[in-house]
Design a protein around this ligand. Structure first.
Ligand code: PEP
Ligand code: MN
Length: 347
């Protein structure tokens, strides 16, 4: 065992969809025979095995000749399963019955936080009518101040589930605490990890062990590599349904809430097979920036966008300054449709 390659996974062995437990056990046994470790990630559609140990010894074996093995992929980056080396084709993530990625573009809209039935239903009805395909709304809010409104908790999730039934939109909601993962997963169609929790590895691993898709926001001080490593934490535990979300990063600039790093879209697309969307509301932080930043998001090749829409932004308990009105969202959707046509993506 060379000390240089120890500690790094050097090969990923992808089992085909009809491989059985004995095929997996056979590969694992062979890895152990040559002194390597096996990290098994059992996904909904297939199992992948990360081989850890001496790169040269591992790569000498004819893995593709083993029963049940589809292919063996050498990996050079710190993140593996989420990389393009591992999977060339774009991943398509199903949120309820809405596909995201691989040419399927998704508009996500709704209030930042669920405040009341009236507020949520007014927003949900309007965004559904305007063409949003996923509803957003939070029941748990990670606030900068401990004295600010923290969310309606389970009551908020119940209202979101009612709005889903009423308007036919699957919904995304944030989870803040690993102890609430089961609760949020029992209601939401897509679970969001917020910027402040991107590096909460306990939470990420917990989300990797349940089977709802995850929307992973970029940490506001995270590099793209750190962000992809966060996705790797989820993938590795067996949940392969991950959507990345660029939401702006902290820079020296103070004219905007955060600086939207639009180059993250093509960079992620080059490095990873995962879909990526953009959040123009939390990056710009001001309502007049939402439409221009959304247009840029569509033109960048992103797989969707997520915006805050509130029926009465001046009364909003959270993020009123960046919320747009339902009528403004309707207008924005007209522009999005036109640009999506130019980009050749399906709404
Ligand atoms: C949000 O989407 O409501 C949110 C809190 O976003 P972020 O974690 O990006 O600040
Ligand atoms: Mn918000």
């Amino acid at each position: 065992m060379t000390s240089k390659s120890r500690g790094d996974e050097s090969l990923i062995i992808v089992m085909n969809s009809d491989a059985d437990a004995a095929d997996v056990a056979h590969v694992v046994e062979r890895l152990h025979d040559i002194g390597a470790e096996a990290h098994i990630s059992e996904g909904r559609y297939r199992t992948v095995i990360g081989a850890l140990g001496d790169r040269e010894v591992i790569q000498q074996l004819p893995w593709e000749a083993f029963p049940g093995v589809e292919r063996a992929v050498p990996v050079l980056k710190p993140f593996k399963f989420v990389s393009r080396d591992f999977q060339q084709e774009d991943s398509i993530v199903a949120v309820g019955n809405v596909p995201v990625g691989g040419g399927h573009f998704v508009p996500i809209a709704g209030p930042c936080a669920v405040e009341s039935r009236e507020q949520l239903f007014a927003a949900a009805e309007a965004v559904a009518k305007a063409g949003a395909t996923i509803l957003r709304g939070d029941a748990f809010k990670p606030r900068t101040s401990p004295y600010s409104f923290q969310g309606l908790e389970e009551k908020g999730l119940e209202l979101l589930a009612e709005a889903r039934d009423e308007f036919g939109l699957p919904f995304v909601a944030e989870v803040v605490d690993p102890r609430d993962v089961d609760l949020v997963a029992s209601y939401a169609d897509l679970i969001r990890v917020g910027t402040r929790n991107m590096a909460n590895f306990t939470l990420l691993s917990e989300l990797g062990r349940q089977n709802k898709p995850v929307l992973l926001k970029r940490g506001f001080t995270a590099t793209i590599e750190e962000w992809l490593n966060a996705a790797e934490y989820i993938y590795k535990e067996g949940n392969h349904d991950i959507i990345m979300c660029e939401r702006g990063i902290r820079t020296f600039e103070t004219a905007t809430r955060n600086t939207l790093d639009i180059s993250a879209v093509p960079v992620i697309k080059g490095l990873s097979h995962l879909p990526i969307i953009v959040d123009p509301s939390h990056s710009g932080g001001r309502k007049e920036l939402v439409a221009p930043l959304t247009r840029i998001a569509v033109a960048s090749g992103a797989d969707g966008f997520m915006v805050d829409v509130h029926p009465a932004p001046e009364t909003a308990l959270v993020d009123g300054a960046q919320a747009i009105l339902p009528s403004e969202f309707t207008e924005l959707m007209g522009e999005v449709r036109a640009l999506a046509g130019v980009m050749g993506v399906e709404l």
